[in-house]
Design a protein around this ligand. Structure first.
Ligand code: ZN
Length: 368
């Protein structure tokens, strides 16, 4: 039977008997009614509202649906049937041997195989980007979000999925690593080229930690100093040091690319641009003189379009609207991420372009 007693104002609110002590939060009384009971509830002190489930999406995950049960096994096996097949078709990842035996199921309910030659075990997920991910349902939700119209930041996504933001970040990096590389499409016909800029971000960098640990080995990283700022803000030359250029190229067939460059000098643009375009393209650019020089050296047709200075002889099809649209899409896309780290810019640019393909090709690539 629960015992109720009242604490006087100065008495410490600690129970000496090591039993459950509950305080009534909404009380306005100067005395604190305390329930001392062996875990019993009391009518005047109802159980506080339960915290929401830590993994709201976990209900869909067969692993967390409870232990055992024929229904669970049937549903999850149907879902992982394709993965079982993939594992069966695959040889041993260590020795390549095809002599194998079934070896139980993994924690995420995928058939595990064991090589009879060397004893190595594997499943259909071994060697794919989904390897060692236990919350497969949430991971696929992450992929859907990334390939959708408005990808969310890691924090928002993690909150919606009920996982840690570090987990959401790791998953995002796995998806980015599985995206196709840059050199997949060659642009042809009329090609528009222009660069856009992004402020440098050293998010996730350990350079200050290394510097503070061993200043003799690791010098202080460069950054804006107070003397670099004049009355009207930092000089343009200083600002430009911290602007990372991205070369946007687009043709009229819908092929596009956003390529990270170390700077906007002619050799850098040339190294980024020429491997991505056919040898007979007609190049359109803004007033930057580098493009004219590149076109001349490579023997390409070239037309310079300086904003507001279209002459009467400029054909109507010569414009930079396609590449400007690409830059605008990039700026809208990157907004939720509050400036991606410079080291990841390339991956983010590929991600933006891969969204045009949609969810399914990205999914197949992950399991490839
Ligand atoms: Zn083997």
């Amino acid at each position: 039977m629960a015992t109720v007693r009242f604490l006087s104002a100065g008495e410490p609110r600690r129970c000496q008997q090591r039993v459950l002590v509950r305080f009534r939060r909404e009380t306005t009384m100067p005395m604190f009614p305390v329930l001392i009971a062996g875990g019993h509830r009391h009518a005047h002190h109802p159980e506080p509202a339960r915290a929401p489930r830590r993994h709201p999406g976990a209900r869909a995950c067969p692993v967390r649906r409870g232990r055992g049960g024929a229904a669970r096994r049937t549903a999850s096996r149907r879902a992982s049937g394709r993965l079982d097949e993939a594992g069966r078709e695959r040889g041993c990842p260590r020795c390549g041997g095809l002599d194998r035996q079934r070896w139980g199921r993994t924690r995420t309910d995928v058939q595990r195989y064991r090589c009879k030659g060397c004893g190595r075990t594997w499943s259909g997920l071994t060697g794919t980007a989904v390897e060692r991910i236990h919350l497969r349902g949430q991971f696929l939700d992450t992929l859907k979000d990334m390939m959708g119209d408005a990808p969310r930041s890691c924090r928002k996504l993690a909150k919606a999925l009920g996982v840690s933001r570090h987990t959401a970040w790791r998953w995002r990096m796995r998806v980015l690593a599985s995206l196709p590389g840059d050199s997949r499409e060659i642009l042809g016909g009329l090609v528009e080229a222009d660069e856009t800029f992004q402020r440098e971000s050293r998010k996730g960098s350990r350079e200050w930690v290394r510097h503070l640990r061993a200043p003799q080995i690791h010098p202080a990283p460069p950054r804006l100093r107070w003397q670099d700022y004049g009355r009207k803000g930092p000089p343009q030359a200083v600002v430009r040091q911290y602007q990372m250029p991205l070369l946007g190229i687009a043709d009229r067939e819908g092929r596009t690319a956003l390529l990270r460059m170390p700077d906007t000098k002619q050799p850098s643009i040339e190294a980024a641009l020429l491997p991505r375009i056919a040898p007979d393209v007609f190049l359109l650019s803004d007033g930057a003189p580098q493009y004219g020089a590149i076109a001349k050296a490579a023997g390409l047709g070239y037309w310079m379009l300086v904003a507001g200075r279209r002459s009467r002889i400029t054909p109507a099809t010569y414009h930079l609207n396609t590449v400007n649209g690409l830059h605008a899409r990039w700026k809208t896309f990157r907004r939720p991420f509050c400036g991606p780290a410079t080291k990841n810019l390339d991956g983010y640019a590929r991600w933006m372009l891969a969204r045009a393909e949609g969810y399914l090709p990205a999914f197949r690539r992950l399991l490839g």
